[in-house]
Design a protein around this ligand. Structure first.
Ligand code: CO
Length: 134
């Protein structure tokens, strides 16, 4: 597969008001878009940095993957997203190499990207999102 760069770093937060005071007021990033991603049970706030983005993630319902993460570990880095040129090719390659993909199919993520998540057990302990921009 061909990696085009780090698209964003996903950070789980308890609430946007608390966390945006750091990313917006202290670091000085501008919120680009707030979006609800049904397939993931999250609301995302996306802050471009000029080269890669910070994606703040808040749960939309109890027991979503983000709320389980927050309960277990508290707020913090949740995943790293790499941009790929061809998500279908990446998926085939991962399957050939017996890499564990969460959900086992390509879904639509924030900003309409086509995404998959690689399980941390197959990715040196990190939840890795692969995204193809459309
Ligand atoms: Co993400």
């Amino acid at each position: 597969m061909k990696i085009l760069g780090i698209e964003h770093v996903g950070i789980a937060v308890n609430n946007f008001e608390e966390s945006s005071s750091f990313w917006r007021d202290i670091i000085g990033l501008d919120l680009k878009v707030r979006e609800e991603v049904d397939s993931q049970g999250v609301i995302t706030d996306i802050y471009p940095t000029g080269n890669g983005k910070i994606e703040l993630l808040m749960e939309t319902y109890p027991n979503s993957p983000i709320s389980r993460f927050l309960k277990k570990r508290g707020p913090g880095i949740h995943h790293i997203c790499l941009e790929v040129d061809d998500i279908n090719k990446a998926m085939v390659e991962l399957k050939e190499k017996n890499i564990k993909v969460i959900g086992d199919h390509i879904t639509k993520g924030a900003e309409g990207y086509k995404i998959i998540f690689i399980h941390p057990s197959s990715a040196s302990g990190v939840l890795v999102e692969l995204a193809q921009k459309i």
